[in-house]
Write a protein that binds this ligand. Sequence first.
Ligand code: PLP
Length: 284
Amino acid sequence: RTVYVNGEFLPEDRAMVSVFDRGFLMADGVYEVVSVLDGKLLDFEGHLVRLKRSLAELSMDNPLPDADYLTVFRALVRENGIVDGLIYLQVTRGNPGDRDFAYPPAGTKPTLVMFTQSKPGLAEAPAARTGWRIISIEDQRWARRDIKTVQLLFPSMAKMEAKARGVDDAWMVEDGLVTEGTSNNAYIVKNGTIVTRALSNDILHGITRAAVLRYAAEAQMRVEERSFSIDEAQSADEAFVTSASAFVMPVVEIDGQAVGSGQVGPVARRLREIYLEESRKAAI
Ligand code: PLP
């Protein structure tokens, strides 16, 4: 695999960063994941806008002019022959040459890394037909979940807990209300209304969420942006999650209890179809 590091395209075994990099020592970095379908990028612009917001929130320099991100993404897709898959992009505060809590002096170059992951048949994931089973878990992350940082230890622990309990993912809960999934936004459907938590610092502002809510409104579906509990989710007609890599993924069981019929519901199925169709059309 050819990966991109700080302006160079290198074979993956020659792509390296310093042990003093603040991403490595302090999880001082942000990232984005963009899907590739049929060799084209989904929601590219949205991910770039969010990347710049994450960088600005952390007073981190943007390492590239906007147009160059697209050029590098396309070069990586081409070089690696990606038909369906993902592009991972990470910016860290770079290498100050030693370990220190204070940020390095202005002018210290951020570290920029991008690589591809090939996922043949990404849009035809068999799980989309059967749906995910999930558990709930107390949300123990920090309070700025709107910034897409590489500080992913708690979501990773939650994912391991889900695996240990034989299910697919976990929804995190704070003050009795669902925040989001380990790496996705959470939704329920009741009497035809799609319900998802409103945007705030408590959750990541999902790019797929924005697209799905837009398509739902265009299709005259009712949407309510408000919080909900696990109890309410368990007695909903349907549940699902969205993310750049899972698109729209139905959820059919929460903490051992079937949601609705326990099968993939019509709203989640339709939204997945619409999202895939519309975002493929808009892909660049
Ligand atoms: N919420 C969290 C915590 C995430 O990590 C992610 C994606 O990685 C999402 C939501 C979904 O965001 P997006 O649709 O932009 O992939």
